[in-house]
Design a protein around this ligand. Structure first.
Ligand SMILES: [Zn+2]
Ligand SMILES: [Zn+2]
Length: 257
C-alpha cells in the first residue's frame, strides 16, 4: 500500500492544496483537492472516497468528480458518516448548482456517485483494504480512518482538536498517522474554538499517550495554514526535539509506504 499526500494544507493555491490523500491511486481520503491537484487520468482512476466530514475543504470536489464519472459510466462509492453524507447530498449533490450526483442520468445507466453509510467505530473491507473509522473532535460529526493492507496501517485524523488516543489504542493502530495541526500556538483560542490542533495541543496529546505507555506512530502534520506556516513549522520542530518523537511535516506529493 502506498499513500500519496495530495494536499497538506487548509487552503488551495498554486502549490498547496486542501487536505486530501490518495491510496494506491484508487481510494481518496477526502475530496477537497482532487480536481486542482490531480491530472485527469489520475482523477478517473479513483473508485472510492472516504469522507471525514462535510466541511467544504473536504467535500468540495465531489460534484466535479461526479461529472467525470458520469462521462466514464463508472460509479464512485463515497463512504462517510450518515450526517456528513446527508449534508453533502442536500447542499452540494442535489442538482441545483451541480449535477444530481446520486441519480442515474438516464435509465439503464449507473449513477455517478453511490453514498455508503459508514458508522463510527466500524471496520469494513473496502476494495481489499481494511478500513476502520475513529471518532475525532470537531464541531460537526467527523471521523478519522485507519486503512491497512500489505502489512502497513496508515491513519488519517481528519479535522480534530485532539482525541488522538482513539488511534494510538486502536486494535489495528496506525504505523503512520497524518494529523491536523493547523495553527501556531499564538492562535490557540481560534484552534480550540474551531477544533483544530496547535503544537501545544498536540503536545498534550503526546504527553498523555506517553504517560499511558502506548506506542506512538510516525506522525505527519497536515492541514497547515499557509499564512502562518513558517511559525508553525518552527514550533513543530521544537516539539519534535523536546519530546523526541517521530514528527515531521507532510507535504504535497510525499509518498508513504
Ligand atoms: Zn472541518
Ligand atoms: Zn478542514
Amino acid at each position: 500500500m502506498q499513500v500519496r499526500i495530495v494536499g497538506a494544507h487548509s487552503l488551495d493555491s498554486k502549490h498547496a492544496h486542501h487536505n486530501c490523500f490518495l491510496i494506491d491511486e484508487h481510494i481518496a481520503v477526502d475530496a477537497g483537492s482532487i480536481m486542482s491537484a490531480l491530472a485527469a487520468d489520475e482523477q478517473e482512476r479513483i473508485e472510492t472516497v472516504l469522507l471525514t466530514h462535510h466541511h467544504f475543504d473536504h467535500c468540495r470536489d465531489l460534484p466535479t468528480l461526479a461529472l467525470n464519472s458520469r462521462d466514464t459510466g463508472n460509479t464512485i462509492r463515497v463512504y462517510g458518516e450518515p450526517p456528513a453524507l446527508r449534508t453533502t447530498n442536500t447542499l452540494l449533490l442535489d442538482g441545483r448548482i451541480y449535477v444530481d450526483a446520486t441519480k442515474a442520468p438516464e435509465p439503464g445507466v449507473s449513477p455517478p456517485l453511490s453514498l455508503r453509510p459508514f458508522a463510527v467505530g466500524e471496520t469494513h473491507e473496502v476494495l481489499g483494504y481494511r478500513v476502520s473509522s475513529v471518532r475525532v473532535d470537531h464541531p460537526v460529526p467527523t471521523m478519522g480512518y485507519i486503512v491497512s493492507a500489505g502489512g502497513l496501517s496508515v491513519g488519517f485524523s481528519g479535522d480534530t482538536g485532539g482525541a488522538l488516543m482513539g488511534f494510538f489504542t486502536h486494535p489495528t493502530p496506525p504505523d503512520v498517522l497524518l494529523i491536523d495541526v493547523k495553527w501556531p500556538e499564538r492562535m490557540r483560542s481560534e484552534a480550540e474554538a474551531s477544533r483544530h490542533m496547535t503544537p501545544g495541543m498536540l503536545r498534550q496529546e503526546l504527553l498523555a499517550a506517553k504517560e499511558a505507555g502506548v506506542a506512538l506512530p510516525k506522525l505527519l502534520s497536515v492541514h497547515r495554514s499557509l499564512r502562518e506556516e513558517p511559525e508553525l513549522l518552527r514550533e513543530l520542530a521544537a516539539l519534535q526535539a523536546e519530546l523526541n518523537v517521530d514528527l515531521e511535516p507532510g507535504y504535497e506529493d510525499m509518498v508513504i509506504g
